[in-house]
Design a protein around this ligand. Structure first.
Ligand SMILES: CC(C)(COP(=O)(O)OP(=O)(O)OC[C@H]1O[C@@H](n2cnc3c(N)ncnc32)[C@H](O)[C@@H]1OP(=O)(O)O)[C@@H](O)C(=O)NCCC(=O)NCCS
Length: 340
């Protein structure tokens, strides 16, 4: 088996990228055929844009001239430099032949060569087999242990407007003095710095099981790269923020969705972060930003059919808000860790 990182010319090669994507699709939807999977155009956009804070490397395992497995490795460059994250996908028809183990060993060597000591990977699992699913056994066989469980939840759209209004009204008396504003795409320049500072704290405060994260360094330049990346994926971000009287961003909620009218686009919306700064909690800003964002989304788009979110099982506050909004649990997303 020949394992290597795709180079720039292969990244630009539609046929190679299609083969990579098709294998990922077969692997990730195997046994979960109803699960959302991003369209090829979104995948291409994500793999062809760069993030100066994190190296993203697509890796392929060839048997002859056929790709039998793929992997992607993400290496943080500025913060959390003890870590690397990866995902591995073996073509369902080629499993139980040692390919997954060999590819994982190769990724571990790449991480070691960069001085990384903590490797993380993850997998979607059905609720019922979360303890002993084949992917857990694979992780265990490779020396990984479970570090965190997140529950994936869906919310079917549309949500009745009167419900959204009720949640907004319920939160309002608790956040007097803050203003809530929604932006489609990038936030205005004067808000970027405090939004970046806030986003950088998310991984520190969100429950992440047995792995601790340091603050992420998110500069305005990096934020601009993220916005470019989302555009390259033909998606758009809806960002609802809570501002203090001197216009500092202290809470945020982000929804990402395909651009209106994109050909072959999915109907799914992804709930990305929702985060309230630790000095501004207790004002119902989580519920407020989420509900206002949802109202903005529904006012603009009637073509989208569900929102997908995931939260740590132990994140009681966030799960309570999601329960209020009507999200229902579907499956589990498990994180595994190995300390090299
Ligand atoms: C998990 C995955 C990568 C395994 O790939 P693979 O090539 O089949 O794995 P290997 O053949 O190298 O298996 C290595 C060991 O893992 C364990 N294992 C793998 N699949 C297993 C299964 N279905 N049931 C029980 N144990 C299993 C075994 O101990 C196996 O060693 P053995 O065959 O000598 O008993 C593959 O199933 C996959 O792509 N899954 C979807 C993506 C994913 O969830 N990846 C992350 C998993 S943490």
């Amino acid at each position: 088996m020949d394992i290597r990182v795709l180079d720039a010319s292969e990244l630009g090669d539609e046929a190679v990228m299609r083969e990579f994507y098709d294998l990922n699709r077969r692997s990730e939807t195997f046994g979960r055929e109803q699960a959302p999977f991003w369209p090829f155009e979104e995948f291409l956009g994500a793999y062809r844009t760069t993030d100066s804070g994190e190296l993203q490397e697509p890796i392929v395992a060839y048997d002859g001239d056929r790709i039998v497995a793929t992997a992607t490795m993400w290496t943080p460059l500025v913060d959390n430099t003890d870590k690397a994250y990866f995902e591995v996908n073996v073509d369902p028809q080629r499993r139980r032949r040692g390919i997954g183990r060999a590819l994982t060993g190769h990724l571990e060597q790449m991480a070691r060569d960069r001085g990384r000591t903590l490797l993380m990977t993850g997998s979607h699992l059905p609720y019922a087999d979360r303890e002993d699913h084949a992917y857990c056994r694979f992780a265990e066989a490779c020396g990984y242990e479970l570090s965190n469980i997140e529950v994936v939840r869906y919310l079917d759209l549309p949500v009745p407007d009167e419900c959204i209004q009720q949640w907004i009204d319920r939160a309002a008396p608790h956040h007097e003095g803050y203003t809530i504003e929604t932006f489609v795409g990038a936030v205005p320049d004067d808000l970027v710095e405090s939004l970046c500072a806030l986003l950088g704290q998310l991984a520190v405060d969100a429950p992440t099981g047995s792995v601790d994260f340091e603050a992420e360094v998110i500069t305005p330049e990096r934020y601009a790269e993220w916005i470019e990346g989302v555009t390259a994926m033909r998606r758009v971000r809806y960002e609802t923020v809570a501002l203090t009287t001197d216009r500092e961003v202290v809470a945020q909620s982000t929804l990402a969705m395909p651009l209106a009218g994109s050909e072959g686009a999915s109907k799914d919306v992804y709930q990305w972060g929702t985060f309230v700064h630790r000095d501004h909690r207790g004002h119902h800003l989580g519920l407020a930003t989420k509900a206002v964002n949802l109202r903005a989304l529904q006012a603009a788009r009637s073509d989208l059919t569900r929102i997908i979110t995931q939260n740590a099982e132990t994140n009681g506050f966030m799960v309570a808000i999601n329960d209020t909004l009507g999200f229902y649990p579907v499956e589990v997303s498990a994180d595994f860790v190995k300390r090299l």
